[in-house]
Design a protein around this ligand. Structure first.
Ligand SMILES: Cc1cc2nc3c(=O)[nH]c(=O)nc-3n(C[C@H](O)[C@H](O)[C@H](O)COP(=O)(O)O)c2cc1C
Length: 185
C-alpha cells in the first residue's frame, strides 16, 4: 500500500516552517496531539530506558537537572532540524489502520539506513507532533493528511558532542524467548 507521504523542505520553505514552529514553541502554544508517541503514564522498564537516554544526552551537553532553560533550548533545536539543511515531514492518511504505521516505521528506517550508506545522517523527530496544526497550515496538508513525525537530514557534525551518544542496547536475553522446537521422542 506504500502509505507514506513525505514533504521535503529546503531553503526558504524550510526556514519559514522553522520560524513558524519556533514562534509557537516560544509562546508555549503546544497543540493537543493527534496521536501519542509515548504513554501518558510511563512504567518500567521503559521509563528507566527513556530516562537514561535523556540524561545521557544532557550529560554529554553538560546540562544539569535544574537547568530548565538549557533543556528548553536543546528541545527547541528540534524545530530548526538541528541546523540540517533538509527537513523532512512525514504524513499518513489518518483513515488507514495500525498496519500502515508499522509499514511507515520500516520506511523511516530504510530512509535512515539509505542516508547513512551515502555518508549522510538523520535524526527522526517525534517533537513535531506537538505542532501538527502549524505544520499542516504551513505546508498545506490535504484533508486526510496526519503528521507522523519529522526528520533532519544532512551531514553529522563530528565536533558536535551529542553525536557521541550511542545508547546501550538491551541484551537479547531480555527480549527474546527461545521456544525449543526439538521434538520429544
Ligand atoms: C520515531 C523516533 C522519534 C524520535 N524523536 C526525537 C525527537 O523528537 N527529538 C530528538 O532529538 N530525537 C528524537 N529521536 C531520536 C532518539 O532520541 C534517538 O533515536 C535516541 O537517542 C536513541 O538512539 P538510537 O536510535 O541509536 O537508539 C527519535 C527517534 C525515533 C526512532
Amino acid at each position: 500500500m506504500q502509505p507514506w507521504h513525505v514533504h521535503v523542505l529546503t531553503g526558504q520553505v524550510r526556514d519559514a516552517l522553522c520560524a513558524a514552529v519556533c514562534c509557537a514553541f516560544d509562546a508555549d502554544a503546544f497543540e493537543s496531539r493527534e496521536y501519542d508517541y509515548y504513554p501518558s503514564d510511563f512504567f518500567e522498564p521503559y521509563l528507566a530506558r527513556r530516562r537514561e537516554n535523556g540524561w545521557s544526552l544532557y550529560g554529554l551537553l553538560g546540562i544539569q537537572r535544574e537547568e530548565k532553560a538549557r533543556m528548553r533550548a536543546q528541545m527547541r533545536r528540534n524545530f530548526t532540524f538541528f541546523d540540517a539543511p533538509v527537513g523532512l515531514i512525514f504524513t499518513v492518511d489518518r483513515r488507514l489502520a495500525q498496519g500502515s504505521w508499522l509499514d511507515f516505521g520500516m520506511f523511516l528506517q530504510n530512509l535512515m539506513l539509505a542516508a547513512t550508506a551515502r555518508g549522510m545522517a538523520t535524526c527522526p523527530q517525534a517533537a513535531w507532533i506537538d505542532f501538527h496544526g502549524v505544520v499542516g497550515q504551513q505546508l498545506g496538508f490535504a484533508e486526510h493528511e496526519q503528521l507522523v513525525c519529522g526528520m533532519a537530514l544532512g551531514y553529522a557534525d563530528p565536533r558536535a558532542i551529542e553525536n557521541e551518544l550511542h545508547p546501550a542496547r538491551v541484551p537479547l536475553a531480555e527480549f527474546v524467548v527461545y521456544h525449543d522446537g526439538a521434538c520429544a521422542g
